[in-house]
Ligand binder design. Structure first.
Ligand code: ASP
Ligand code: MG
Length: 456
């Protein structure tokens, strides 16, 4: 069997859903399982509706109701369940407006409507074209998670519960259409796997059911060498490893959910990232290993990062200093990204989402602490074995732009070299590096796959 996942933009309206059915048809002999996101920007619209109910007491599901009702009309299908889901959503928003409270648990219940509406519409349309499709909510397909609302983790039992639920349907010739992104915890509350989580739903099904491959259908031609909003001539890459894909996802490229590669890494299930708007484009293949490492795969950046510099002479020859320091980060629930140390100092970065004052107060007892906000992590994904050469050139590019580099980390990962610049300069740096390493003079991806070494 195979898994085909369709993201929000691939399901933006009735016309896009027709395309989806067209993409599924030729794959029917391979026994596809479909995984769907919410239609278009429905997840954002649901969250906006909740904020409005919470802050102004106004309950409005108009935009969401209209999109789904119009789509049903356009596709000439009839699904009574859609009306009851919309009614339930309305009641929930009224609840939020009355209680004036929006917990993670309520948020997850709320956004789940996006995927639940989409799965029903896709399944009903597929049926109307003769495909034996059946809509399933994630929990009906064996998705059980912990209770970490808004960022839940699937529990280990899902490796068995997913195939237990799906195999009988697949064997009966049915095409299951599952809601991505959502699950239920052991107490039966709806959870979500974090934004973009339907990628993870798809790879988890594929890994647990030992699928031949996963196809992740998006609105770009695959994984690109940079964020096309920053670098308009970013090019799709032909193939990447799971590790490279995970780094690209985590550090800004946002093509895939950061944890999406984990299940397929375990089972070595190949993943394809394809463009539903341009299905004949080859897309990007994600696999365990590639024959030849290319020096540079892509350039990404992660903005709104805070840098914390910790300086203490107590570090000198003092066992346990770093343990003490990092236990303070753990105590305040601060997740650290990059770390660099010298004999007397440690610099760490984190997303600018934490209140760092309590940490500063605590750590100031053992060291001088300086918090620097407004930073960005620029990451070069490439062959770390060649990092001296690559970083030498990268710093040359930064120097040429007159942009100081503030902290460097490389070698900890096999594929990632990162450094810090000021947030306001990150776009210029990414553009400059992309031009230098992957610029238009480099003839496109097929060139890469031959293992050639552009610019270096
Ligand atoms: N609909 C959810 C989101 O927008 C999940 C997904 O698209 O994967 O984050
Ligand atoms: Mg989405």
């Amino acid at each position: 069997m195979i898994v085909m996942k369709f993201g929000g933009s691939s399901l933006a309206n009735g016309e896009r859903i027709r395309h989806v059915a067209e993409l599924v048809k030729p794959e029917l002999p391979r026994k596809p399982v479909l995984v769907v996101s919410a239609m278009g920007d429905t997840t954002d619209h649901l969250l906006e509706a909740a904020t409005m109910a919470l802050e102004t007491g106004t309950v409005s599901i108009e935009r969401i109701a209209e999109l789904h009702k119009n789509t049903i009309r356009e596709l000439a299908i009839d699904i009574p369940k859609i009306m009851s889901l919309l009614a339930e959503l309305q009641v929930l928003l009224v609840g939020i407006s009355l209680i004036k409270e929006l917990t993670g648990k309520t948020k997850d219940y709320l956004v789940s409507f996006g995927e639940r509406l989409a799965a029903r519409i896709v399944a009903a349309y597929c049926q109307s074209t003769g495909i034996k499709a059946q809509a399933l909510d994630a929990w009906e397909g064996g998705f059980i998670s912990d209770s970490h609302f808004t960022a839940a983790e699937l529990v280990p039992e899902t490796w068995d519960s997913i195939p237990d639920k799906l195999k009988p349907l697949i064997d009966a010739g049915i095409v299951p259409v599952l809601t991505g992104f959502i699950a239920k915890d052991q107490k039966g509350a709806i959870t979500t796997l974090g934004r973009g989580g339907s990628d993870l739903s798809a790879t988890m099904i594929a890994a647990a059911c030992k699928a031949e491959e996963v196809q992740i259908w998006k609105d770009v031609d695959g994984i690109l060498t940079a964020d096309p909003r920053i670098v308009p001539d970013a090019q799709p890459v032909e193939a990447v490893t799971y590790e490279e894909a995970a780094e690209l996802a985590y550090f800004g490229a946002q093509v895939l959910h950061p944890r999406a590669m984990l299940p397929c890494m375990k089972t070595k299930t190949p993943v394809w990232v394809k463009n539903s708007y341009n299905p004949t484009a080859p897309g990007t293949r994600i696999v365990a290993a590639l024959e030849k490492n290319r020096p540079i795969l892509g350039i990404t950046s992660r903005n709104q990062v805070t840098l914390v510099d910790i300086v203490s002479t107590r570090m000198l020859g003092q066992p346990g200093f770093l343990a003490e320091l990092f236990s303070a980060f753990a105590k305040y629930g601060i997740s650290v990204d990059m770390v660099a140390t010298s004999e007397v100092s440690v610099s760490v970065t984190m997303d600018a989402v934490y209140d760092l004052e309590p940490l500063k107060k605590e750590v100031s007892r053992i060291a001088d602490v300086e918090i620097k906000t407004g930073k960005a992590i620029v990451t070069i994904i490439g062959d770390v074995d060649r990092s001296s050469e690559i970083l030498h050139q990268a710093f040359g590019v930064c120097a040429g732009l007159g942009i100081p580099v503030q902290m460097v980390s490389h070698g900890a990962s096999k594929v990632n070299m990162s450094f810090i610049v000021n947030d306001a300069q990150s776009v210029e740096v990414v553009k400059g590096l992309h031009k230098h390493f992957l610029g238009t003079q480099v003839p496109h991806v097929s060139h890469f796959s031959k293992g050639s070494t552009p610019c270096i």
